[in-house]
Structure formats: C-alpha cells, structure tokens
Design a protein around this ligand. Structure first.
Ligand code: HMG
Ligand code: MG
Length: 305
C-alpha cells in the first residue's frame, strides 16, 4: 500500500483483443489482431487476453484464435490468456500454447443459460475437467465471474451470489478470479461491498476487477476497488467491446483512461501510456471509428496539434 492507502502497483490485464473484438460485427482479419497483440506486448502489458476458444457458431469473430496465437511475437514473461469453455476449447488452447486458461461462469442463472447454455452448477462441473487439465499441463487458471454486480435478465445480483461462484472457482484451483461487471451497471458502493465479501473467501491480491463502462461508472468503480486494496484490473484498448450475450452492454473501461488514472495516483503499472494510445489509434482507424477512450483521444489530439 502507498501512503494514500492505495496499492503502490497494479497489474493491468489488456482484454481488448478478446473482450474488445469478440462483439465486432465486421470480420477482422487475423493479421490485424496479431498486429494489435504485438503492439500491446511492446507497450509492456504483463498479461494480454489474446484469444477465445469457444464455439465459432456462437462467437464467429473468435474463430481465428489459433491463427492469432500461432503468429504473435511473444515476449518472455508476458502471459497470453484465452477463454476456454470446455475440453474441446482446452485442446485447441493447449495446441496454441496459451499461458493461462480462463473459465467463465455467471453469478446469475439466466445469464449462464444465455451465455454458455447451461446452469451455474452444470458450468462448474464442465469446468472441473478443464481446470484439472490446465493444472496437469502446468498452465495458469483464471476464473471469471460474469454478472457479479448486476444481470441484464434478473437485475440485482447479491454479494452472496457472486461470492458463491468465487468460492466454487477457488475450489476448482483458480490462481486468479475476476469479479466482472458484464453490463457496466455497478456503482462504487456496490463494488466495495462485493469485493469485501468475496475477499472473505479468496485472497484479495488474487481478485481482479473487470468493469464494463456502459453507465460511465468504471473509473469510479476502479477507484472504489483500489480503496479496498484490489490490485488487478482488466481494461480494453480504445474501450473496445461488449459481450454478445449482454444486450446493450458497451465496452470494457478503456485502458488509456485507466493508465491515466494510475499515473496521476502514482501507481506503477509498467506500461507505456503513449504506446497504448498508438495501439488505440491503430485499431480505431482499422475499425473506422473514433476511440471511445477519453484520455486516448485527448492525448492523440494534443500530439497531432
Ligand atoms: P453448446 O451448443 O451448448 O455445446 O455450446 P455443444 O457441446 O452442443 O456444441 C455445439 C457445437 O459447437 C458443436 O459443433 C461443437 O463441436 C462446437 P457441431 O457438432 O454443431 O458442428 N463447439 C466448439 N467448437 C470450437 N471450440 C469449442 C467448442 N465447443 C463446442 N470450444 C458453448 C456450449 C459453451 C461451447 C457455447 O455456448 C459457447 O461457445 N458460448 C460462447 C460464450 C462466449 O464466448 N461468450 C462471450 C465470452 S464471456 C464474456 O465476454 C464475459 C467476460 O468478459 C467477463 C464479463 O464481462 O462478464 C469473460
Ligand atoms: Mg467482459
């Protein structure tokens, strides 16, 4: 902890290549995704979520995951993660040399059905085999708890329900667990309560905050989580993204905005904000639209002036 009571350093996990791009309607060539991941690697991220080995019928944009993983320039020490819903996905992820397998379950029954076509309890049983296989192969295992702070179908999700899935993921052997605000509805007080509750069951320094920014609350939510002592955050370059099964949900909090906040607070990330701004401009230009990062746009405009 720093003198302000906040962590001195945080780990930022860049999820743009996966969470950011998975919902894009236009087909993005593998070469663009590879270029993006390489730029993010060069920017200094310790962990990049680069791929998703889910069914291409469900999420067509991620069908190039093997090509992406096979062609990126890996930096030793950087962790390249991928979503893995079942053993079919695990085999593909293993062959593509992912460093970290991400299993993802919801804290709400309705969302679990829509997203992965089974109940919460069934999903945990499916993940058991994946978790064991990851451990056997010496891979890191991360669990992501979707709708931990609100659900598009049932609305309110209690801290107890979120913590119950955290506990189940802990018991599967997860090294890290994400508390995800899939639809970006949470506000700071709720974030504080849920993280404090979850930290009773899983070490606080292995819990991460995954905030979408639908209601513009993500930075305030990160600050609330920093005050609790959370030191791992997910973000997406240029604020890309949205979950295909969470209607109306917008992208993750923009990485540039998070880095700007951390820089101002004197919290170390080891990442070059300038390099991320450039990566954000690169992908936004390719997608043919403005970056949704406020800090990224401001810094790029200042540079161009
Ligand atoms: P299912 O249809 O119930 O399962 O899907 P299935 O086993 O009956 O398989 C159906 C077909 O998919 C079969 O093909 C399988 O071979 C194939 P067919 O025989 O019809 O030709 N298949 C696969 N193909 C490639 N890779 C695989 C795979 N698995 C099955 N791994 C399943 C169940 C979970 C697979 C499906 O529902 C699925 O892939 N869902 C995608 C969910 C997803 O990716 N959601 C978005 C990511 S989660 C997210 O964004 C939230 C997060 O960011 C945190 C947050 O913000 O909350 C992480
Ligand atoms: Mg997400």
């Amino acid at each position: 902890m720093s003198t302000t009571g906040l962590p001195k350093a945080v780990k930022i996990v860049e999820v743009g290549p996966r969470d950011g791009l998975q919902n894009e309607k236009q087909t993005i060539a593998a070469e663009i995704k590879i270029d993006l991941v390489n730029r993010l690697t060069a920017a200094g991220f310790p962990n990049i979520e680069a791929a998703s080995f889910v069914s291409p019928k469900w999420v067509p944009q991620m069908a190039t995951s093997t090509d992406v993983m096979n062609a990126i320039t890996r930096k030793p020490g950087t962790i390249y993660s991928a979503l893995v819903p079942n053993m079919k996905g695990f085999e593909a992820a293993l062959a593509a040399r992912v460093d970290e397998v991400v299993i993802f379950g919801a804290a709400s029954e309705a969302f679990s059905q829509k997203n992965i076509n089974c109940s919460i309890a069934e999903s945990i049983e499916r993940f058991r085999e994946v978790a064991n296989a990851a451990k056997q192969h010496g891979l890191r295992l991360r669990g992501s708890v979707s709708c931990a702070l609100g659900c598009p179908y049932q609305g309110e999700v209690t801290a107890e329900a979120a913590t119950d899935v955290v506990r189940r993921m802990r018991d599967l052997g997860c090294d890290e667990i994400d508390i995800a605000d899939t639809i970006g509805v949470a506000t700071a007080g709720k974030v504080r309560r849920v993280f404090e509750h979850a930290a009773r069951e899983f070490p606080l320094d292995q819990l991460s905050g995954h905030f979408h920014d639908t209601y513009g609350q993500a930075l305030a939510n990160i600050y609330a989580a920093l005050e609790v002592g959370v030191s791992i955050y997910h973000s997406s370059v240029a604020g890309l993204g949205g979950c295909p099964y969470a209607k109306g949900a917008t992208g993750n909090v923009a990485t540039e905005d998070v880095l700007y906040l951390m820089q101002g607070l004197g919290i170390e990330t080891g990442i070059s904000l300038d390099a991320v701004v450039e990566a954000g401009q690169f992908i936004s230009t390719h997608l043919g639209r403005q970056s949704s990062s406020r800090a990224g746009t401001a810094i790029a405009s200042k540079r161009a002036a």
